[in-house]
Design a protein around this ligand. Structure first.
Ligand code: ZN
Length: 454
């Protein structure tokens, strides 16, 4: 079932165990993934996918730079079988165990090198005891990739850490009666026999988990009125009223967020609506993935259409370095729902603030928002307390300063990675006051602070 990672049972999974070998830079929330000793600068992928039999054949070209002297190149690649590895054009021996492909190869600090790799197999999600499974998913009639936080190695070899942003070129060959979308701009399509090759370019730096691949029988709807192209790729058969109420308002939503958060960080926005029920949507770079249950006139679904658009600023343009800072994504995206609620006349922002503060006050207060742990990183309390933290900041500094903090935050770190400490320093600087008491209470204490009012 898609999004199995949402349905894991943190109690049954027991204490976190580090069974995978870790090394410098590995995030304790996603142990074993990523290598801090080098960066991928550009990732070129050429993929051929057969839906019948779930067969992927891939070639990857990774332009890399060593950040320190290294004696081995470590890549993350799950379940798929590497066939040949070339480093700077020369074939190399390699080992590939437990999702880690290791090439013994010496590189001086600062030097650039190129890894070319061919691989094949039947892609499947990457499992995790604490996080559930994530990544490549077969749908009833198509595929999707929902990679947050550890699923990227399910479909391509990568340095799987969120603070290694790279540019991408991705070409996908699939049967011609399917639509292909990835996190990037479509450059060309070329039909050959019964297949079509779709070539995409992602020129904005992108972390591994925000790359995605979507294949399905979809129709494209362009939505006018936003500063950038906005489109929905969805099953052609759908309820027109429900579609208009949710995805039909995306250009308006995006325009509203431009007004409050500043320029849209990417060149377009695409919502992919798969032809099945998905419990939650998920953001990728310039693209979000939904189940068809989000074609709805119910606020509980509409709010998440807005939520995913706002992630383009908070999470995608400006991305955490470490997963413990997930509130910097989800708190801001959840608060964006409440802003859109007021803007669209559903309910004032303050009503959601009051409602969710009351709810949280009656739930266990054992969550540390500034470091919730991998078991709770996608707990609803991270979203709601995160949004309340954003609201508390707004009440403290006033609207003008608050929106100035957010706009300048995105401008200063667009395309880069950030930490909670950086956000606090930024807010202090823009506000011209020491806000550490506020952040200490909301982020680094478990007890729910009292609700500030506007
Ligand atoms: Zn979110």
């Amino acid at each position: 079932m898609p999004f199995a990672w949402l349905h894991h049972d943190p109690v049954a999974s027991g204490p976190m165990t580090f069974t995978t070998a870790t090394h410098a830079g590995s995030d304790p929330y996603v142990p074993g993934h990523g290598d801090a000793s080098y960066d991928v600068l550009h990732c070129g992928l050429t993929l051929d996918y057969q839906l019948i039999g779930n067969r992927l054949e891939g070639a990857a070209t990774l332009l890399c730079r060593a950040l320190s002297a290294i004696d081995a190149i470590r890549l993350d690649l799950h379940a798929l079988v590497a066939e040949q590895v070339l480093v700077d054009g020369r074939p190399e021996e390699f080992t590939h165990h437990a999702g880690k492909l290791v090439v013994e190869h010496v590189v001086e600090a600062g030097a650039e090198f190129e890894v070319r790799l061919t691989y094949a197999g039947s892609p499947r999600p990457v499992p995790s005891k604490t996080l559930g499974s994530a990544g490549f998913e077969e749908l009833t009639d198509g595929v999707m990739v929902a990679a947050q936080p550890h699923g990227a190695p399910s479909w391509y070899p990568c340095n799987d850490r969120p603070d290694n942003k790279a540019t991408y070129s991705i070409a996908v060959t699939a049967p011609s009666d399917y639509h292909v979308a990835v996190a990037g701009e479509l450059v060309t399509t070329a039909r050959s026999g019964t297949t079509t090759t779709w070539s995409f370019q992602q020129d904005a730096p992108m972390p591994t988990y925000l790359a995605t691949l979507q294949i399905g029988r979809y129709a494209v709807t362009e939505q006018k009125g936003a500063p950038v192209p906005v489109r929905t790729i969805a099953p052609a058969e759908r309820d027109a009223h429900d579609f208009a109420a949710s995805f039909g308002r995306q250009a308006e939503m995006l325009g509203f967020f431009v007004k409050v958060y500043g320029d849209y960080p990417f060149t377009s926005y695409t919502a992919v609506v798969t032809d099945e029920h998905l419990e939650i949507p998920l953001e990728s770079q310039g693209l979000s993935t939904f189940g068809r249950n989000f074609i709805s006139d119910d606020w509980n679904e509409i709010r998440l259409v807005a939520h995913e658009i706002s992630h383009q600023w908070f999470g995608n343009a400006v991305t955490l370095r470490k997963w413990k800072d997930i509130w910097l994504h989800e708190g801001f995206a959840c608060y964006s729902e409440w802003l859109w609620s007021q803007e669209s006349g559903v309910a004032p922002t303050q009503a959601w603030v009051d409602h969710h503060h009351d709810r949280l006050a009656n739930l266990p207060q054992d969550l540390l928002l500034g470091d919730p742990g991998p078991e709770l990183m996608f707990d609803d309390r991270v979203y709601k307390r995160g949004a309340l933290t954003v609201h508390a900041l707004r009440v403290r500094v006033g609207d003008d300063t608050f929106f100035e903090i957010l706009r300048t935050w995105v401008v200063a770190h667009n395309g880069a990675n950030i930490t909670t400490e950086m956000f606090i320093a930024h807010a202090n600087q823009v506000a011209g006051e020491d806000l550490s008491d506020l952040f200490d209470a909301w982020l680094f204490s478990r007890e729910l602070p009292a609700l500030p009012s506007l």
